[in-house]
Ligand binder design. Structure first.
Ligand SMILES: [Zn+2]
Length: 138
């Protein structure tokens, strides 16, 4: 019996070897599918059950996939969208938090957001991303 369990363990390990495993997108998909599952209990939203199932299958497919390169690219795309979305609110929050001590403005060349201390008079700011020099009155 012990041998059987040992072999099962080996088989499981060899099955999981080289698989992609879990990442942030897999977790987000699992949470989404659970939310959809709960929503499907509402009689009018019964079809959410199938959506939840599809999302769960997608998530399982991702974690057992052997095409690590493709899964990585999916994760990159997901993180880019997520950070773009939450970054917008984060910038708003930081601007509000620093409204008395710092001023924010966009680089004229690369459009990245720069933060400089307030009340320093006329200063020349060098963009750390593209090296553009901008004269700014703070
Ligand atoms: Zn720049």
């Amino acid at each position: 019996m012990k041998n059987w369990f040992q072999r099962l363990g080996y088989r499981m390990a060899s099955f999981l070897y080289g698989r992609y495993g879990n990442d942030e997108l897999t977790k987000a998909l699992m949470i989404t599918s659970l939310v959809l599952l709960v929503l499907s209990w509402v009689p009018v939203l019964w079809f959410f059950y199938f959506l939840a199932l599809a999302v769960m299958i997608w998530s399982l497919f991702r974690s057992f996939s052997k095409n690590i390169f493709k899964r990585r690219r999916e994760l990159d795309r997901y993180l880019k969208i997520k950070n773009g979305f939450f970054g917008f609110f984060k910038l708003r929050r930081n601007k509000w938090r620093d409204r008395k001590t710092h001023t924010y403005f966009k680089c004229t060349k690369c459009k990245s957001v720069l933060r400089v201390p307030r009340g320093k008079g006329s200063i020349i700011v060098t963009c750390p991303k593209c090296g553009e020099r901008i004269e700014k009155n703070t």
